[in-house]
Design a protein around this ligand. Sequence first.
Ligand SMILES: [Mn+2]
Length: 337
Amino acid sequence: MTSIPSFALADRTGTLPVVDLFNGDADGICSLHQLRMAEPRAGRLVSGVKRDIDLFGQLGDTNPPSDITVLDVSFDRNEAGVRRALQAGGRVRYFDHHSARSLFHHPRLESHIDPSAVVCTSLLVDRTLAGRFHEWAIVGAFGDNLLEVARSLCAQRGLTLNQTASLEQLGQLLNYNAYGEAVEDLHFSPIDLYRVVHNFESPFGFIADADEYRRLAAGRADDQHHLEALAPYWRSIDGDVYLLPGTAWARRLSGTLANRLSCEEPHRSFAVLTRRSDGHFLVSVRCPAQRKSAQALCCLYPGGGGRHAAAGIDRLPVIELEQFIADFSNHITGKPS
Ligand SMILES: [Mn+2]
């Protein structure tokens, strides 16, 4: 295994405390890993589950001016935090691929933001570093499900099909680790996982030597066993509704289950309802692209939204379950819109 020699070097700016905020998924971890291999700095790490993107919120209000790097969380959701950090006299470096309508200019704000559908944050960092740790950028792209992009980068680099499959699997496993309602649901806190990843200059070294890699693979296989016994709560010709229990494995798999069902039967619609810790439901809906939109259905409910083929509802009250199923049924049997 190849270890990074040392990352406890002096902060380049010399004066400001260093803070790194990163999404807890594969893309966030692979972005920070590349950046800190190129520019080693020891600082405070801030992260969370994949859906926890309000990372400035974790910093609190009474911080000294800091040198803050932000990776793979929406600028729009963190704009206020960026402004606060700059007003306090700090500096902010921002890498992301989500929409940033509120982006502004400031002499101490450096942004690398590109919402194009063929990039992810790991690839933006890769661009800045001129491809120095390209294989880790590819892992991040696989984690963000940019399969075609990542596979063609592997081919350009001359990786074998086996190596390509290994990087794909690693991206998926790092990404799988980020799903849950809270960090307690995850196998590893994203900060701990990042610290392990950061010992490996090559992803192939991590795959070969990291115990965490094996534990993630085993954990995912274990979680997926639960799905074998799972039957739909409600069925019809055009689609099914699944109810998952309020357990950690269900919260880890709920997003990927909906994707998998619609991949297996692309002509049908699916709703996956997972019990939240407050007893209500988190809902994921997938509809065939040529039929009625998942988004239109979810938008009937408060906290609902998403895209045409994939949408969700943050919190569906338990007492609305039967109404939701009736709406789902009407929606998917309706004529194509
Ligand atoms: Mn991303």
